[in-house]
Design a protein around this ligand. Structure first.
Ligand code: C2E
Ligand code: MG
Ligand code: MG
Length: 739
């Protein structure tokens, strides 16, 4: 780990450095003080020596001058007693070591002793030479002595001299005493200084420690708290329970750090707020406000984790609105949103009533809603998860089946619900949701607007569908797909005018597969984009055969179904053009059938494509007309040549006056727009007669002719006769129709 000095450590280091500098300065100061004391002592000593020497010299010289004066006479008379008296008097001075009176030759005349021990001896001490030679007062020093010599003159004749030796030891003793005194005082002063410096140093140390404590408390600790809080934010520990320390940094300080702490607090609050918003957005469905897929998935995982081994059961209900796409396509997305909102509210109410407190509701996007309920979860009703789910599903189907009021009209929509159970059907969240989806799909297959529980057999159904898709992929190449043709007759004279091409699949194992099944598979898998053009191609080619088989007769048209996906792929006009060119079919003998939903899903694109088709002469028919929600008003925006009234209307025109009225209205309005009307699913003569009576242009259906293979159709062409006029309809007919 890399050692990182913190703010406090740095400060302490800095302070330590400062204290060291101060200590060094103090040491220097003390050293200087020592040398200064020594210097003072030395200077004092020198000064004192000089002063004492000077005064001694002055005193000595004064004394010697006087003595020399006084000696002149006794020496003249050679009066040794008088000389001796003077010398002894001089010797009485305490610091006088010797007094020597000598003659002109430098030999001693008197030395102050009674017996004059040195008499007549020449002076041999080191200072004698200078003293004897001196012509006037002469002072000289050695380590111990000051020797002052003075010639004794009588008139101008030098008769000898006198030398007085002063002891310097006394002066030195006095000087040392004074120096000692000075030393003591200086030492005293030094000690006082050291004490003061020590106090100063200690004060400085205390100050440093105080400042350090203050820095730690007022700077380092708040900054550290901020850093800790920032680290928690960085780790995403924003809410209680995230594992973070909840103490938020706060401060009442008026300084910059207080500002910083407060700004940090505000920033943290806004981060928490934004985080909460983001989480809310990430976990809720914007339209309905319900939980979304992500939230549901997490809750489910959590639930399963808690439930493991607890012996409780869960049921997942997967609800999908039937034909919701049609609402979006025909009434627009705003209405679609409105439907989803109303559905969400209804589901919420049912779940609140029957799902229990633990129930969870989510929207998975699109028209899928998912509900999770627990067995016996405080619903007030007895039962396991299956029983709770059954009650809920029944109530949902009823509640969601009730009419919706949209833009002033009533619309009926159903809901298909799939239910999967934990732990019976699945042990993981993914499998539970997948099985719910499979069960929902089976509810759709079973006729929609109902609910189904998941069973293992459903997996096989899904497998079958996947298998079917694989089989369908090579079906055309293997020659399993073929076209059947269903005749279309003109009602005014009963003549055959054309035929609808209907795709058939004869599978070696599955047998004849219903178009409603495999066309759906082809549409959803995208296979229709390769099969569709082939159908178109084959139908055009076959139609040319018909024309050749009936020379001189009015040509028959062929009507080909085109799926929504083919239209959306955008290259339909291109495909149609190549089919026509390759077969040589006259464009006006080709009709293209599109369902309402395919056309109305994207009216602008569809309008453009259809216009391009119609410009080439191809006719466009709207198939299964009336099953969508589009009114005839859409026909103004989307250019079509004909509409095919769905067989569900035709089936009931004999019984249901509403259906008859609607069919009659469609015919009238279509005619007013110049659009041809074709009736599908004519199974009875009565229907044929009635449609003809109401002015319908053309019809197809089992009564007129079943879909048949090309050969059968060609055979029928050869003995083509108009249909007989239907007998006028009687009351009895109408009753029989009803039977
Ligand atoms: P559609 O285009 O509405 O075709 C008419 C359907 O009604 C055909 O069903 C036909 O057999 C059936 N039908 C005709 N007359 C009667 C009758 O009197 N009573 C009853 N109950 N039914 C009658 P089919 O052949 O099963 O086709 C079902 C749907 O499959 C077609 O409905 C069409 O939408 C689609 N389809 C068929 N062939 C193709 C194709 O080549 N391409 C595309 N995209 N769709 C196709
Ligand atoms: Mg059709
Ligand atoms: Mg149809």
């Amino acid at each position: 780990m890399k050692l990182r000095p913190g703010l406090h450590a740095q400060f302490l280091l800095m302070m330590g450095g400062g204290l060291l500098v101060v200590a060094a300065l103090i040491a220097l100061l003390l050293h200087r003080q020592g040398t200064m004391q020594d210097e003072v002592e030395h200077i004092s000593r020198v000064a004192m020596s000089e002063m004492a020497g000077d005064s001694l010299q002055r005193r000595g010289e004064g004394t010697v001058v006087q003595l020399a004066d006084s000696l002149a006479n006794p020496m003249y008379y050679f009066d040794l007693d008088a000389i001796g008296a003077l010398v002894k008097a001089a010797l009485r001075q305490s610091d006088t070591r010797y007094v020597l009176v000598f003659d002109a030759n430098g030999e001693i005349l008197h030395d102050g002793t009674d017996e004059i021990r040195g008499y007549g001896r020449p002076m041999t001490d080191p200072l004698a030479y200078e003293a004897i030679k001196a012509r006037r007062i002469h002072t000289q020093f050695n380590d111990e002595l000051m020797d002052v010599a003075m010639p004794v003159m009588i008139g101008s004749e030098r008769v000898g001299g006198v030398r007085v030796g002063y002891d310097l030891g006394a002066i030195q003793a006095t000087r040392e005493g004074a120096i000692g005194d000075l030393r003591t005082r200086l030492d005293d002063l030094g000690r006082r200084n050291v004490t003061w410096l020590a106090v100063f140093g200690a004060g400085l140390l205390l100050l440093g420690l105080g400042v350090s404590w203050l820095v730690r408390r007022s700077l380092v600790q708040p900054i550290r708290a901020l850093a800790d809080a920032a680290r928690e934010i960085e780790l995403g520990q924003l809410e209680p329970g995230d594992g973070g320390d909840r103490r938020l940094p706060s401060s009442a300080r008026a300084d910059e750090l207080g500002d910083l702490v407060r700004a940090f607090g505000r920033m943290r609050d806004s981060v928490v707020r934004h985080d909460r918003d983001i989480r809310r957005m990430a976990y809720t469905d914007a339209l309905t406000g319900l939980a979304n897929r992500l939230a549901f998935r997490e809750a489910l995982d959590q639930h399963l984790l808690c439930l493991h081994g607890a012996g409780r059961e869960l049921a997942l209900l997967f609800a999908d609105i039937d034909d919701f796409k049609r609402i979006n396509d025909t009434l627009g997305h705003d209405v679609g949103d409105e439907v989803l909102l109303q559905f969400a509210q209804r589901i919420r109410r049912v779940v609140d009533r029957l799902g229990g407190g633990e129930a969870m509701l989510a929207r998975f996007g699109g028209d899928e809603f998912v509900i999770l309920v627990e067995s016996d979860a405080g619903t007030g009703h007895e039962g396991d998860a299956r029983a709770v789910a059954t009650r809920l599903a029944e109530a949902l189907v009823t509640a969601l089946g009730a009419p919706l009021s949209l833009q002033g009209r009533q619309v009926f929509l159903g809901t298909s619900i799939g239910i999967s159970l934990f732990p019976d059907d699945a042990s993981s969240a993914t499998a539970l949701m997948k099985n719910g989806d499979i069960a929902m799909y089976q509810a759709k297959v079973a006729g929609k607007n109902c609910y189904r529980f998941y069973s293992r057999a459903m997996d096989q159904a899904v497998e079958r569908r996947v298998h079917m898709e694989q089989e369908l992929r090579g079906a055309w190449a293997r020659g399993e797909l073929s076209l059947a043709y269903q005749p279309i007759h003109r009602l005014s004279d009963g003549r055959l005018v054309g035929a609808e091409a209907l795709l058939r699949w004869q599978h070696p194992e599955l047998g004849q597969v219903a178009p409603s099944v495999f066309i759906d598979v082809a549409e959803q898998s995208g296979l229709i984009e390769t099969i569709g053009p082939r159908v178109l191609h084959a139908a055009c080619r076959d139609a040319v055969h018909w024309q050749r088989a009936r020379p001189g007769e009015p040509p028959l048209f062929v009507s080909v179904n085109v799926s929504p996906r083919q239209l959306r792929s955008g290259d339909l006009p291109q495909v149609v053009a190549t089919s026509l060119a390759d077969s040589g079919l006259d464009p006006q003998h080709l009709h293209v059938e599109l369902t309402e939903t395919a056309v109305i899903g994207d009216e602008i694109l569809a309008g453009k494509l259809l216009s391009r088709l119609r410009e080439t002469g191809v006719k466009v028919w709207l198939d299964d007309f009336g099953t969508g929600f589009s009114g005839l008003s859409h026909l103004r925006r989307v250019p079509v040549d004909g509409v095919k009234i769905d067989r569900s209307f035709v089936a009931d025109i004999l019984r249901d006056p509403d259906d008859l009225a609607l069919t009659t209205a469609i015919i009238a309005m279509a005619h007013s727009l110049g659009i041809t009307v074709v009736a599908e699913g004519v199974e009875k003569e009565g229907q044929y007669g009635l449609l003809r009576e109401r002015g319908c242009d053309q019809a197809q259906g089992y009564w007129l002719g079943q879909p048949m293979a090309l050969e059968a159709f060609m055979a029928q062409l050869r003995d083509d006769r108009p249909l007989p006029e239907p007998a006028p309809r009687t009351v009895l007919d109408k009753m029989l129709d009803r039977g």
